[in-house]
Write a protein that binds this ligand. Structure first.
Ligand code: SAM
Length: 278
């Protein structure tokens, strides 16, 4: 069988291993999904792809058709060897066997001219951690196309005032313009997960804050959402040594109603608050 005869299904069958729940191993078997993700990747006009968690290589197979250099980073020994066997002959294909949470990232990720893109059907148990690892590394990626559990994806794209709007929405939307690409039903995977998944595209925004201010921003947002049913001055009472009255004053200086809640504020509103509390 050549690489061109392979399908997501045949790749997953060929693995002949019990899949590991602890590594979030739900593998795609639906070629419509893998091709849609690859098309979305292509829209960024990348020059180098980094895929996290290739598993049996279903998504890798669709990405190969873009004929770009691909580097995959896989934690599971067996999967790392398997994709090396299947795709290793391809020019400019590289397997890194390691943990996406701490493995040093390949150099091309730090080179703007490499126009690198991050692509992944993320392992669900560490999906947000992997996202934040890449945020904190501050790489000049052209974008990211990532699959999350639908509940997490809904938080990433939620608008102020909506049910799913949360600290993850505010922080995520500061770093990226985030758009929905497609929902993926459980039957598109083997084994089928219990929940629907969603693919999102992330286009980097210009970072408006210094690195130190970004950390202050993230702490402020998390403090504001810790008690999301309360008014903002109540949630923030005690934060940075300011009591409820002091917070109410600061918020009214910025033109916010005394009853305003964290869930009504955009990331730009939080930046305005940050600017009056130095
Ligand atoms: N890309 C394949 C697909 O779409 O069919 C597999 C996706 S599966 C949801 C997640 C993959 O990430 C698995 O192959 C798993 O072994 C791998 N993985 C889990 N934790 C990881 C980590 N910390 N670093 C790198 N890979 C990891």
């Amino acid at each position: 069988m050549t690489r061109f005869d392979l399908t997501p299904q045949s790749l997953v069958e060929g693995l002949q291993r019990r899949l590991k729940k602890s590594l979030g191993q739900n593998f795609l078997i639906d070629e419509n999904v893998t091709r849609t993700i690859a098309r979305e990747v292509d829209n960024f006009r990348p020059l180098h792809i980094l895929e996290i968690g290739p598993g049996a290589g279903a998504l890798t197979l669709a990405l190969c058709r873009l004929e770009l250099p691909i580097t995959v980073l896989e934690k599971d020994d067996h999967c790392a060897k398997y994709v090396q066997n299947i795709f290793g002959e391809m020019p400019e294909f590289c397997v890194i066997h390691g943990d996406a949470l701490n493995e040093p990232l390949p150099e091309f990720c730090s080179q703007a001219e490499a126009r690198a893109i991050l692509v992944s059907n993320l392992p669900y148990n560490v999906a947000s951690q992997i996202y934040f690892r890449f945020i904190d590394a501050d790489l000049p990626l052209v974008g990211m196309v990532l699959m999350f559990q639908r509940e997490v994806a809904q938080r990433f794209i939620a608008k102020p005032g909506s049910k799913h709007y949360s600290a993850l929405s505010v922080v995520g939307q500061y770093y990226h313009e985030i758009e929905h690409v497609l929902d993926v039903l459980p039957e598109s995977f083997r084994p089928a997960p219990k929940v629907t998944s969603t693919v999102l595209r992330f286009v980097p925004r210009k970072r408006e804050l210094s690195e130190a201010d970004e950390q202050r921003f993230r702490r402020l947002v998390h403090a504001a959402f810790a008690l999301r049913r309360k008014t903002l001055s109540n949630s923030l009472a005690g934060y940075l040594g300011l009591d409820k009255t002091a917070w109410a004053e600061k918020l009214s200086q910025l033109g916010f109603e005394p009853t305003v809640r964290a869930e009504a504020l955009s990331f730009r509103d939080f930046i305005r608050i940050l600017n009056v509390i130095d």
